[in-house]
Design a protein around this ligand. Structure first.
Ligand SMILES: Nc1ncnc2c1ncn2[C@@H]1O[C@H](COP(=O)(O)OP(=O)(O)OP(=O)(O)O)[C@@H](O)[C@H]1O
Ligand SMILES: [Mg+2]
Length: 327
């Protein structure tokens, strides 16, 4: 049963996901065999909150998402969902968790079985949850209306390839919502779609989330998209959270030098605009051998001696938290 009074839906305490990628070659070369994809993330996510997870490719966004949905288990630290430790869930607890949480992936064409008709795609979760057969059609049509597919009955006998990317992403959303989850993670849900349909899909996402009071994490490397969807933003770099605060504050006055670079790369907050290259040069360092001290220091325009030796913790700074020795 849901405890409606508990404010926090998700609590992460020093959550870690380190992948072992070692082989004899890397050992012989003296390289670390661990990728620190998520490296000590401590955050709280309240019920009904929409949180953007922002950062460059490879910074660990999808890895963090996989931890939150228990598609991976933590290699350190802990994650509580509704007060329960995800690593300790028994079979029944895990089944309940699976029903309450859903993920929407980047490419809708990869997310569905191309040989199934839309009716079968949307029936699958209902069957899994043992919803009586005679209720399926009503539930399916309701879910399709929720994601604003007009004349939903027309789609039921079609195959995925007969739909546009935007239509299919709405089907994928309908499937994610059909069991009425509490928590959804959308991982770059519009990046594979044509720019002309992105705004429509994002509007549906926002509308559904508000109507159902969902707690949502929206992953993107594009600040203009995060800004469009989320009131709060987490800026991630090399497995760590660098800044956590209200999206508008981060957009208008980013504190962390990395957030500043991300904001500078988005001159116009427009959903249809692709982003400019980051003004900090070079790519992110190898996550197997991150720099000592602050992991951002070798790209940071404000680097100081302290940054080499001391890891900056996430500290409170006004309306947000920031992990930087400047604050
Ligand atoms: N299964 C895995 N085994 C080993 N390393 C992995 C695995 N999955 C991801 N990684 C590594 O972990 C780091 C974080 O990857 P992740 O996919 O979480 O990044 P991301 O922020 O989602 O990137 P993108 O924006 O490209 O999707 C990368 O260095 C990646 O190569
Ligand atoms: Mg990813």
């Amino acid at each position: 049963m849901k405890n409606a009074r508990a404010e926090s839906l998700l609590t992460l305490r020093s959550a870690q996901l380190h992948y072992n990628v070692g082989n004899l070659m890397s050992q012989a070369r003296g390289r670390s065999s661990w990728v620190r994809a998520v490296d000590g993330v401590t955050i709280n996510i309240r019920r009904g909150e929409s949180v953007g997870l922002l950062g460059e490719s490879g910074c660990g966004k999808s890895s963090l998402a996989r931890l939150l949905l228990r598609l991976e288990t933590t290699t350190g630290g802990e994650i509580l969902f509704d007060g329960k430790d995800l690593a300790q869930l028994d079979k029944a607890g895990l089944a309940d968790f699976r029903r309450r949480t859903q993920m929407i992936f980047q490419n809708p064409f990869d997310a569905v079985n191309p040989r199934f008709r839309i009716r079968a795609i949307l029936s699958e979760p209902l069957e899994g949850a043992r919803v009586p057969k005679d209720e399926h059609e009503t539930r399916i049509l309701a879910a399709m209306s929720l994601v604003k597919l007009g004349n939903p009955a027309e789609y039921l006998d079609r195959f995925p390839h007969q739909l546009s990317g935007g239509q299919l992403q709405r089907i994928v959303m309908a499937r994610a919502l059909i069991l009425q989850p509490d928590f959804i993670v959308a991982d770059e849900p519009v990046s594979m779609l044509d720019v002309s349909v992105r705004a429509g899909v994002l509007n549906v996402f926002r509308d559904v989330r508000d109507r159902l009071g969902l707690t949502a994490i929206y992953i993107s490397h594009d600040l203009s998209l995060v800004r469009y969807v989320c009131e709060r933003t987490l800026v991630m770099y090399l497995g760590r959270i660098m800044e956590d605060g209200p999206t508008e504050s981060i957009v208008s006055a980013p504190l962390h030098p990395y957030s500043r670079a991300l904001v500078a790369a988005v001159p116009v907050p427009d959903v249809n605009q692709s982003h400019a290259p980051l003004p900090i040069g070079r790519g992110a360092p190898d996550p197997r051998n991150p720099p000592s001290g602050c992991v951002f220091r070798d790209r940071c325009p404000a680097v100081m001696a302290q940054c080499v030796s001391e890891v900056p913790g996430l500290r409170s700074a006004g309306d947000r938290s920031v992990a930087c020795h400047l604050y």
